[in-house]
Design a protein around this ligand. Structure first.
Ligand code: TRP
Length: 450
């Protein structure tokens, strides 16, 4: 049991376990559902280019900062700021993270529920022999019917809560370790297959050949939000996971592995989806993505798999893996809330989990029933709360914590190389705050105007 006491704190058992769990959090629907749709909504390769820049100069420093804060404080995000910066208002950053966790989980678990519906449909053979038009109709009517999405949503929240009650090491770590590598293999397979389809090259061009005139402030704003969302940063998820990391692990190495794996999977999902969109359908699907980007993967992927021998089994496998990828992400969000409640209010892990799952479900039901709620949660948490959280986190490390503190923490008191630390500090002190603030302020002004 993870309790507030310092002595009995649960932790990950191995270095690979840490990477698997953090990568399990990062890799999810953000990569396979949200990344392709946001890319389609924002013009393809130019968006990808900015996205990669955001990952490199903003994502990496924020992630490393979160791990460092969490591991040094050994607390949930709120408690961590209280401990590292007593008698200041920095704890508000942690509270914001808890609020963001509620909001993100509420829409994320809805989409996770869709993967269960599609898993079910693959098993019953309903996806076979359907044209992409028919698959689109099927998706729309599923979404408009509120009963099934609600049912799957509740099942998914229940699964998440169940794993959280089981605890950190036995629950999160075990599931992540086995199934994440399998998802990778499956995606590689689908991507290779998609590339062999006649006409697929147009999709490769769409994804990789940037038209820089398409870069607008709005594209940058959306890319920043997506980068933070995909890496699970900006709300303290990785502060929480960092608090379960042992002192001897190399935080910079862990960060690079997680960022590398997450980015690789997102691009791979793009290679699985865009060539297939261009090969199997006319560009219509892309036009449609402008409105309902959400649907892209629930239409394109089943259409690809329909053409492959054994497609029914493959699509069942794919949706199982996707559901697991989503599950390792939802548990990382719920863990933030639960760690906060157990440590700060001394509630049992079970009670904390059940009550927060119920609270999230209220928001979740609203976002199933009202597309407007879904869109609001999706936009405001991803594009507003995460960048704001990320901004505060880099400011904290760059300007509040001492240089010595950071060097000691990141080098494990001198045992690891600290050569890169000046670059890291330069990024968190100047580059990241200025860049995030600029993009963020622009985004807010734009949102208010619209
Ligand atoms: N990164 C996950 C994905 O891409 C989603 C996620 C999990 C997340 N935990 C998070 C997003 C915390 C933001 C913050 O699917």
């Amino acid at each position: 049991m993870t309790q507030g006491s310092k002595t009995s704190r649960d932790s990950f058992s191995s270095k690979f376990g840490v990477i698997a769990a953090a990568a399990g959090s990062a890799i999810g629907l953000g990569n396979i559902w949200r990344f392709p749709s946001v890319t389609a909504e924002n013009g393809g390769a130019a968006f990808l280019f900015i996205y990669l820049l955001c990952i490199l100069i903003l994502g990496i420093p924020v992630m490393l900062s979160e791990f460092m804060i969490g591991r040094s404080a050994q607390r949930n995000p709120y408690g961590a700021f209280k401990k590292l910066a007593p008698r200041t208002a920095w704890y508000i950053t942690g509270l914001m993270g808890v609020v963001a966790a509620f909001m993100i989980l509420a829409f994320y678990a809805v989409v996770s529920g869709w993967t269960l519906e599609y898993l079910y449909q693959s098993f019953t053979g309903n996806l076979v022999d359907k044209s992409s038009g028919e698959l689109q109709t099927m998706f729309n009517s599923f979404r408009d019917d509120s009963f099934r999405p609600l049912l799957w949503f509740f099942i998914f929240m229940g699964l998440t809560a169940w794993i959280i009650i089981a605890g950190v090491r036995s629950g999160i770590e075990k599931v992540s370790k086995v199934l994440m590598p399998l998802l990778l293999v499956m995606l590689i397979f689908i991507a290779i297959y998609a590339l062999t389809l006649p006409g697929s090259f147009a999709g490769v061009k769409y994804l990789f050949n940037p038209d820089f005139s398409k870069i607008t402030p709005d594209v940058i704003f959306k890319a920043l939000g997506q980068a933070f969302f995909s890496l699970s940063i900006g709300m303290g998820t990785l502060i929480t996971y960092g608090s379960y990391i042992k002192k001897r692990d190399n935080l910079a190495g862990t960060t690079l592995s997680v960022v590398g794996a997450d980015t690789f999977i997102a691009i791979l999902a793009g290679i699985a989806i865009f060539p297939a969109v261009f090969a199997l359908t006319d560009v219509q699907l892309l036009d449609m993505a402008q409105e309902t980007g959400e649907a892209l993967m629930f239409i394109t992927l089943p259409s690809i798999l329909n053409n492959v021998p054994g497609g029914q089994i493959l699509s069942a496998m794919f949706f199982i893996l996707l559901a697991v990828a989503a599950l390792t992400s939802t548990i990382s969000m719920l863990e933030v809330i639960v760690a906060f409640l157990t440590e700060e209010f001394n509630i049992s892990r079970r009670k904390a989990t059940i009550s927060s799952a119920i609270a999230v479900s209220v928001l979740g039901v609203l976002s199933v029933l009202f597309v407007g709620v879904f869109r609001f949660l999706n936009f405001s948490s991803v594009n507003i709360l995460l960048p704001l959280g990320g901004l505060l986190i880099v400011l904290f490390v760059g300007w509040y914590l001492s240089r010595k503190f950071t060097i000691d923490e990141l080098s494990n008191d001198g045992k690891l190389s600290s050569k890169y630390i000046p670059v890291f500090l330069f990024l968190v002190k100047y580059i990241a705050p200025i860049a995030i603030a600029m993009v963020f302020i622009y985004g807010i002004i734009n949102a208010v105007r619209a």
